[in-house]
Design a protein. Structure first.
Length: 531
C-alpha cells in the first residue's frame, strides 16, 4: 500500500517537474520531512536540489524572520521585565521562577490563538476585582491589594516583554505565530518559494489556520490532507472532527473552492489481524516485545522489519525494551526522545544536590550519613569508586553503618575509604567537596561528568556486545548533561542573581525537565521503536 508521503512525493514530481527544488514543504513534524526526502529520492534517477522541508514550528519561525529564544532565556528576560516594572518589593528569582514558567506558557498560548491581549487582561483584572468586592465596603487587606496589583500588572508584563524581544528581533514560539499571521502573504513573498505545500495536518491553532488560509487564498500555497473516509465522513468518529471543519470551510482548497486533497479508504478495506496478549506488569510487556521481534526474525531471517513498529504507551519502558531486543537485530531506530530526568545520571545528581543542600543547612562541614549512604549505593558512584577489586564503597558503607553516627565529616569518610587509593580518593573528594558558591558547583559537576565520560568510554572500548550499545546511550546522556551544565554556566555569567545552590538547582531541574535525549539511528531502515 502506498503511503501518504510516497503519494505526495509522486504527485509533486508530476505537478512541478521543473520547480521541485523551489517548493517549500511543511509537515506537522520533522520526522515526516525526512521520510518525504527519502520518497522523493526514490522517484528520480538524476541529482536534484532538495526542496526546503520544515516542521510547522520551524516554518513559522522562518516566516517571522526572527530568532527563537530558548525557554530558559525567556524566563530570565521576563524576570528582568518584572524587576524593572515593580522596582521595589519584587520576589527573588527562585520564587519568581515557580510562577514565571506558567506565565510564559500562558503568554505563548495567548499569542498562538491570536487573542486580543488588551481586552483579555482588562477583563481578567475586572474579574479579580469583583472577586474581592464586598457589600460592606470594607477596606482591602494588604494581601488583597497585592493580589489585585498582580492581576493589574499582567498586561504590563506582557506588553513590555513582547516589545523587548521584538526590539532585539527575538521571539517565543507564540510570538512567531502572531507576527507571521499578521501578514503571512507579504512575509512569504520575502522568500524564493515557488509554492508552499502544507501536508498531513489535522488540528490547527488559530494562527496556523489564518496563515494557511491566507497563503492558499493568495495562490502561494496548497493543502494536502492525510485522512480516511472511515472517520472523515462519520460524525460519530472524533478523529475526523477538525478535518470535517476544515473541509466545510472550503478555505483551504484554493481557487476551486471544493477540493479536499486527499481522502483515502484504507481503514475500511484490506485485511486486519489483531492479537491481544495479557502480560503482568510493565517489565513483562518489554520482555514480550523482544520475544515477538525474535519470532519475526526466526520466521524470516532476511527481513529488515522496516514495516514493523513497537509503540510504547509508557516512555519509561524504552530502556527495558531496548534491553529485550535480540542481538541478531542489526538495525533499529528509536523515534522518541527519552526524558533526561528519568535517567540514572539524573538520580545521581539529585542525590548529590540533596547531600550538599543538607550540608549547608547543618553547617560545620557535616554530611547527613543517610545522604552519604544513598550516594554510595548509586551504581555510578560504585563504578567510579570501585575501579579495582577492593570494593571500596562496600567497605566505606560498612564502616559508616558500624560507626552509627547521624552526621559525618569528609575526614571521617576519607578514613573509612582507603587513603592509599589516590585516583578513587580524588573522585571521593570531588563528590564531597564543599559548595561555597555557584562556581564551585560548576567545578564539581564538570569534573564528575568528565570522569563518567572517561569511565564509560573505557567500558565501551572493552565490550563489543549488546552492553556496548547501552553504554553508548549512557555516553549520550552524559553529553546531554554536560550541555545543560555549560548552558547554565553561560547564563550564570550573564545574570548576577544566580548566586546560590538552590536557585542553581531550580534552573537545572527546569532545563532537565524540558530536555529529552534524542536517539540517532537510520530512520528509514529497521524496526521502529516509538512513543
Amino acid at each position: 500500500m502506498q503511503t501518504f508521503i510516497e503519494r505526495l512525493a509522486e504527485h509533486l514530481v508530476k505537478a512541478y517537474p521543473d520547480k521541485i527544488s523551489e517548493l517549500c514543504i511543511v509537515f506537522p513534524n520533522r520526522r515526516a520531512g525526512l521520510f518525504f526526502k527519502t520518497a522523493l529520492a526514490r522517484l528520480t534517477n538524476k541529482p536534484l536540489w532538495s526542496p526546503e522541508v520544515f516542521s510547522i514550528e520551524d516554518f513559522i519561525v522562518r516566516l517571522s524572520q526572527a530568532e527563537l529564544l530558548d525557554p530558559i532565556a525567556q524566563l530570565f528576560e521576563l524576570y528582568s521585565v518584572y524587576t524593572k516594572i515593580e522596582k521595589g518589593g519584587t520576589e527573588n528569582f527562585e520564587e519568581f521562577s515557580k510562577w514565571g514558567q506558567i506565565l510564559l506558557s500562558d503568554f505563548n498560548e495567548l499569542d498562538s490563538y491570536l487573542v486580543d491581549s488588551k481586552s483579555l487582561f482588562n477583563n481578567l483584572r475586572n474579574l479579580k476585582e469583583l472577586e474581592n468586592w464586598s457589600l460592606n465596603a470594607e477596606e482591602l487587606t494588604t494581601f488583597q491589594r497585592e493580589y489585585l496589583h498582580f492581576w493589574e500588572s499582567l498586561g504590563n508584563y506582557y506588553t513590555a516583554y513582547s516589545e523587548n524581544l521584538i526590539k532585539d528581533r527575538q521571539v517565543t514560539q507564540g510570538m512567531a505565530y502572531r507576527i507571521s499571521a499578521e501578514n503571512a502573504k507579504e512575509k512569504a513573498e520575502n522568500h524564493n518559494w515557488y509554492k508552499i505545500i502544507f501536508s498531513g495536518f489535522n488540528a490547527l491553532n488559530t494562527a496556523e489556520e489564518r496563515i494557511i488560509k491566507d497563503l492558499v487564498k493568495s495562490g502561494q500555497a496548497e493543502c494536502y490532507w492525510d485522512c480516511d473516509s472511515y472517520y472523515l465522513d462519520n460524525k460519530i468518529q472524533e478523529a475526523g472532527r477538525f478535518l470535517r471543519k476544515h473541509r466545510a470551510s472550503k478555505l483551504y482548497s484554493g481557487n476551486s473552492g471544493n477540493e479536499f486533497n486527499w481522502v483515502g479508504n484504507s481503514l475500511s478495506t484490506g485485511k486486519k489481524e489483531i492479537t491481544i496478549t495479557g502480560v503482568s506488569k510493565n517489565t513483562g510487556q518489554a520482555m514480550l516485545s523482544g520475544q515477538f521481534v525474535s519470532e519475526l526474525l526466526t520466521a524470516d531471517p532476511s527481513t529488515d522489519l522496516k514495516q514493523t513498529a513497537i509503540v510504547l504507551a509508557d516512555e519509561n519502558l524504552l530502556f527495558p525494551v531496548l534491553h529485550s531486543l535480540p542481538d541478531e537485530l542489526k538495525t533499529f531506530n528509536v523515534t522518541m526522545g527519552y526524558p533526561l530526568q528519568n535517567t540514572a545520571l539524573a538520580g545521581l545528581l539529585e542525590l548529590l544536590f540533596q547531600l550538599h543542600e543538607n550540608e549547608s543547612v547543618f553547617g560545620k562541614d557535616k554530611f547527613y550519613t543517610k545522604d552519604v549512604l544513598k550516594l554510595l549505593y548509586h551504581p555510578y558512584a560504585k563504578m567510579l569508586l570501585d575501579k579495582s577489586k577492593e570494593q571500596h564503597t562496600h567497605k566505606l558503607i560498612s564502616y559508616l553503618q558500624e560507626n552509627n553516627s547521624i552526621f559525618c565529616s569528609l575526614k571521617t569518610i576519607e578514613f573509612g575509604f582507603n587513603k592509599n587509593v589516590s585516583p578513587e580518593l580524588n573522585t571521593l573528594k570531588m563528590l564531597f567537596s564543599k559548595w561555597k558558591d555557584v562556581n564551585s558547583i560548576f567545578t564539581c559537576l564538570s569534573a564528575l561528568l568528565n570522569k563518567l565520560k572517561q569511565e564509560l568510554t573505557e567500558r565501551w572500548k572493552q565490550t563489543h556486545t549488546a552492553e556496548s550499545k547501552l553504554t553508548n546511550i549512557e555516553l549520550e546522556y552524559v553529553f546531554a548533561f554536560s550541555k545543560i551544565t555549560k548552558r547554565l554556566q553561560s547564563i550564570a555569567a550573564k545574570y548576577s542573581f544566580i548566586d546560590n545552590a538552590k536557585i542553581f538547582q531550580g534552573l537545572f531541574n527546569q532545563l532537565l525537565g524540558a530536555t529529552n535525549l534524542s536517539f540517532y539511528g537510520e530512520p528509514v531502515l529497521g524496526l521502529q521503536v516509538m512513543g
